[in-house]
Design a protein around this ligand. Structure first.
Ligand code: ADP
Ligand code: MG
Length: 314
């Protein structure tokens, strides 16, 4: 193939809105043998729509639940937060102007908490409500319903009040990026190992995995941000062992691609850390590669360009 120098390679990537931090990173891209994808906002668009919403336990009605969810999520940056705020607006529910919100805190991989009018409120996933000891108190019928939403492939969330318990539950669904399946397919055809990590639950994880052509063994769900880091380190460690036990040259780099908002630690850990989606520009500082237009096929593009650079440099 035609020789590609560092400068030519960097120019070619820049033209597609791919920011690669220097020639050495292009070479590293050329040696990638494992690609690890985040799910939400990476393999999916991170554009959720509300599929179910119910009041639970008779404390609040459906409108009150949606209103409080909207109040809780207005300051959050997670992709599903905007969905709840917009769903409330669509039903003519404005956040009550006199709601006093204080101590709004993001609980990474779990949800959010805040004081609303002096009451401690939580919004988040099963993990959060198990930790708070509220999930076990949820009645069997509602729990079954949550499980069935999860099996449909949705992301299930709950609204809870301290000292009261769960008062509402909802389900949101995300759209898989149109090019995700073909990018995953072409990586696997090239014998690249492909994996998916997600903080989301098993139902939503497996549903997305299936749609992009991954099986259960390629998926790790319910990951906290630090679990993603740990998982990557193990993947990178396996690679180091292989180097000593085989006679083939390089055993390749591990590439991680995630959204810039909450995947920072994993992006920093991987041999090649790629940021895309919502927070891409924010994560530029810490990532090796930034995809400004979030096209997944740009990953395979810069990997094959990297191969040409490696061939030229050698
Ligand atoms: P991922 O992007 O891989 O889904 P995150 O760490 O961003 O992982 O989130 C993990 C899970 O935590 C989400 O799937 C969701 O269930 C829950 N979660 C995170 N942020 C919020 C939020 N603002 N409101 C409700 N649930 C949330
Ligand atoms: Mg994410």
């Amino acid at each position: 193939s035609t020789p590609v120098t560092y400068a030519a390679g960097l120019a070619a990537t820049a033209q597609k809105g791919i920011i690669v931090k220097g020639g050495a990173k292009l070479e590293a891209l050329g040696n990638v043998k494992t690609v690890v994808f985040d799910k939400t906002g990476t393999l999916t668009e991170g554009k959720f729509h509300l599929t179910h919403l119910d009041a639970v336990g008779g404390m609040k009605d459906r409108r009150e639940v949606l209103s409080l969810l909207s109040t809780m999520e207005a300051p959050s940056s997670h992709p599903l937060a905007a969905t709840l705020v917009n769903a409330a607006k669509a039903e003519g529910i404005e956040q009550s102007a006199n709601a006093q919100v204080a101590d709004h805190t993001i609980l990474h991989g779990e949800g959010v908490q805040a004081m609303v009018n002096g009451e401690q409120v939580y919004v988040g996933n099963v993990r959060l409500f198990e930790r708070l000891g509220m999930y076990d108190a949820l009645n069997v019928v509602d729990r079954r319903r949550a499980e069935s939403w999860n099996e449909e492939g949705g992301t299930v969330g709950f609204l809870g009040l301290d000292g009261v318990g769960i008062v509402g539950m909802f389900c949101v669904s995300d759209v898989v990026r149109s090019e995700a399946a073909s990018v995953v397919g072409s990586l696997m055809k090239d014998e690249v190992k492909v994996l998916m990590l997600t903080g989301d639950g098993e139902g939503a994880a497996i549903s997305v995995a299936k749609r992009v052509g991954l099986d259960r063994s390629q998926v790790c769900c319910n990951c906290l941000p630090e679990d993603k880091v740990h998982f990557l380190k193990i993947e990178m460690g396996t690679k180091a062992e292989k180097t000593t036990s085989t006679s083939f040259g390089s055993n390749g780099n591990v590439l991680f691609v995630g959204d810039g908002v909450n995947d920072g630690p994993a992006i920093v850990t991987a041999d090649v850390g790629v940021a895309m989606g919502e927070g891409a520009a924010l994560a530029m500082e810490i990532s090796d590669v930034t995809l400004m237009d979030s096209k997944l096929e740009n990953i395979t593009f810069c990997m094959s360009l990297g191969k040409k650079v490696v061939a030229t440099v050698k």
